[in-house]
Ligand binder design. Structure first.
Ligand code: SF4
Ligand code: SF4
Length: 189
């Protein structure tokens, strides 16, 4: 009993003299170094709002289905819910515009669920024929530029006119137009 008390007091005195907890998750203990937050650590996502075109490639790649595209009132919102995220980084790798990155921010616990969402909103354009919202403005411009940049100058001008005509339409109206103009591939066989 006396021995037990002596050991307890000794242990208490020892713990008063030194810290017994470490800072999560990158703390140090005298003589030891624990885990470190590395600059390339995979934590909370961050959008580069200038670069993101709202294409949805990140959403289609996410195996946790935690990235959603929400089209509402002329806006597309790319919404990531961190509560389901496994921080695999596939969304970052697939992004064609290098507009999404996982930052080393690891401290995500919050009583406000809204804080677990990372979002980016973009303007959409309407189909010129049926007036349904189709794609984002940035997506259309990017596709146009990417197609044209690889064409020879002699075909570029003609393609530019065609692209502008078709890209302003939704897929259904595009099909109708191509049948009217007799350019739909099905007309060829
Ligand atoms: S983050 Fe990248 S992949 Fe995701 S919608 Fe934006 S541009 Fe597309
Ligand atoms: S890190 Fe992985 S799980 Fe998280 S949003 Fe990106 S693809 Fe989905």
């Amino acid at each position: 009993m006396v021995n037990g008390m002596a050991m307890l007091i000794k242990e208490l005195l020892k713990n008063i003299k030194q810290c017994i907890t470490i800072d999560y998750p990158a703390g140090t203990w005298p003589g030891k170094k624990y885990s470190q937050i590395v600059p390339y650590g995979r934590g909370m996502h961050e959008f580069d709002e200038e670069k993101c075109i709202g294409c949805g490639a990140c959403a289609s790649m996410c195996s946790s289905k935690t990235i959603k595209l929400i089209d509402e009132e002329g806006k597309r919102t790319v919404s990531i819910y961190l509560g389901r995220c496994i921080f695999c980084g596939k969304c970052q790798d697939i992004c064609p515009e290098e507009a999404l990155k996982l930052t080393p921010k690891y401290e995500l616990a919050n009583i406000n669920e809204e804080k677990l969402y990372v979002k980016n909103s973009l303007n959409m354009v309407k189909c010129e024929s049926c007036e349904k919202f189709i794609f984002t403005e940035k997506q259309i411009n990017t596709v146009k530029n990417k197609v044209l940049e690889n064409l020879k100058p002699e075909t570029k001008e003609k393609m530019k006119l065609d692209i502008e005509k078709y890209l302003k339409l939704c897929p259904d109206c595009r099909k109708i137009l191509s049948f009217k103009l007799e350019t739909h591939p099905r007309k060829l066989y």
